[in-house]
Design a protein around this ligand. Structure first.
Ligand code: FES
Ligand code: FE2
Length: 449
């Protein structure tokens, strides 16, 4: 693929960056030029059981997956259960500095060892009581005289590989694949200015959604749908001005940056800067005036810097308007979506729901900047939304709940359409859906190899 001129959204984003007088991190200036050729996606990718079965083997069995945050298991013995198609792992802090992931199946007759997160002193099977230590070594069973063939010293729980980045715990059941560092490609370099390890988990909400996991994922990695799904955002969010970055030679990572504090080009008449500001501020107490010759973005970014400093005691005076305001959203194949900015410190994760290819589990996390002094705030408890509950029923998500509900409301309809029609393949936009093209190009490589 040859480099091309920066495209529409990238050009507009560049102009916004040029207006900021602060030094802009080089990665924000990067402009993707590698639109993947995949313009269509077979419907079977979203509807076929055979594709799901292939994914279990060739995707979920090979990739690195985000299992939890490190602060969700702060003490030795703290554990979570991470389930993905074809695998279940008990992720446990086995020493203060070591996290391990054990296959969640007893070596006696296969019972699932753990079903819930929680603190354990050892891993004891609830069926007959076979027990393992936190390092996976065998601790014993009732009536050992009846198992003369079991060599206790080698009867260890099988492990998956574990890696950490940005305060996240990653796991893979592939014993022979790349290291996490190699797998993450450009991600660590890009996040050098935004250390997600230096955040704390202020919300974790989980919801089952009625669609294939890829339908859910794809609804959250483009801004093209804003005009139809989130019309209330058009006055304050640059959907068409979004920059999409797909990088030559990079398989697992892509990015978009949606500018905030400017009006969408879908808003016909020009919107005054003061109108944009008024639309962003939710209460009268917040009201502010755009100074002569100034912009809503400048006022909003300054407010973000001030609020961050007040909240954390840190110095945020040098962060750019883009870092302070915009939706800088990364994607890591196949299902991990960390945001890099400060205003909306989101993380998404998408997986099939158990072995069901027509339902998905979506996790939403919020990672707030840490206070400069004092202890690390405890991780928020995980809230599992019940059937019929909405994101807006989770108060810890604040105003984001309503927006996420707008997104989620379309998902069942998309899946139904895909399931019921015998029409042509899905057609993707050249630029605004280039991240979805990139995702399917990489998915195709995994499925075919
Ligand atoms: S199945 Fe686990 S102890 Fe029997
Ligand atoms: Fe959306």
């Amino acid at each position: 693929m040859t480099p091309t001129e920066p495209r529409h959204g990238a050009r507009l984003m560049q102009e916004l960056l040029d207006h900021d007088t602060r030094p802009v991190p080089p990665v924000l200036r990067a402009v993707g030029d590698a639109t993947p050729a995949t313009s269509s996606v077979p419907r079977a990718r979203y509807t076929s059981r055979a594709v799901h079965d292939l994914e279990v083997d060739r995707v979920w069995g090979r990739v690195w997956q985000m299992a939890c945050r490190q602060e969700q298991i702060p003490e030795v013995g703290d554990s979570v259960v991470y389930d993905a198609p074809g695998m279940s792992l008990v992720v446990v802090r086995s020493t203060p500095d070591e996290i391990r992931a054990f296959h969640n199946s007893c070596l006696h007759r296969g019972t699932r060892l753990r079903s819930q997160p929680g603190h354990v002193d050892e891993l004891r099977c609830p069926f007959h009581g076979f027990t393992w230590n936190l390092d996976g070594s065998f601790a014993g069973m009732p009536c050992p005289w009846d198992f003369p063939h079991v060599e206790a010293s080698s009867f260890c729980l099988p492990e998956a590989r574990v890696g950490t980045w940005g305060g996240f715990v990653f796991v893979t059941v592939d014993g022979a694949g790349p290291s996490l560092e190699d797998y993450l490609e450009i991600l660590p370099e890009h996040f050098a200015s935004w250390d997600l390890a230096d955040r704390y988990l202020s919300a974790h909400v989980v919801r089952v959604v009625p669609c294939n996991w890829k339908v859910a994922l794809e609804a959250f990695i483009e801004s093209y749908h804003t005009v139809a799904v989130h019309p209330q955002l058009l006055k304050t969010s640059g959907d068409t001005q979004t920059q999409y970055d797909v990088y030559e030679g990079v398989r697992h990572v892509n990015r978009m940056i949606t500018p905030v504090g400017i009006a969408s080009e879908h808003v016909e008449a020009g919107v005054a800067e003061q109108d944009i500001l008024d639309a962003m501020f939710l209460t009268k107490d917040d009201a502010a005036v755009v100074p002569e010759g100034g912009s809503a973005r400048q006022v909003l970014a300054e407010r973000t810097r001030r609020q961050l400093a007040e909240r954390t005691g840190g110095d945020y005076s040098s962060i750019t308007d883009c870092e302070a305001l915009d939706a800088i959203e990364y994607f890591v194949f196949p299902n991990f979506v960390p945001w890099a900015g400060y205003t909306t410190p989101l993380v998404y994760r998408f997986r099939p729901h158990g072995d069901d290819h027509s339902a998905a589990v979506m996790d939403v996390m919020l990672l707030e900047p840490m206070p400069v002094s004092g202890p690390r705030p405890p991780a928020a408890p995980t809230r599992h939304l019940a059937a019929g509950e909405r994101w807006a029923d989770a108060p810890e998500l604040g105003y984001l709940g309503r927006i996420l509900d707008q997104d989620t409301a379309t998902l069942a309809r998309v899946q139904r359409g895909l399931d019921s029609a015998s029409g042509p393949d899905v057609t993707l936009a050249r630029y605004q859906e280039s991240r979805i093209r990139h995702f399917h190009a990489t998915l195709g490589e995994y499925l075919e190899s």
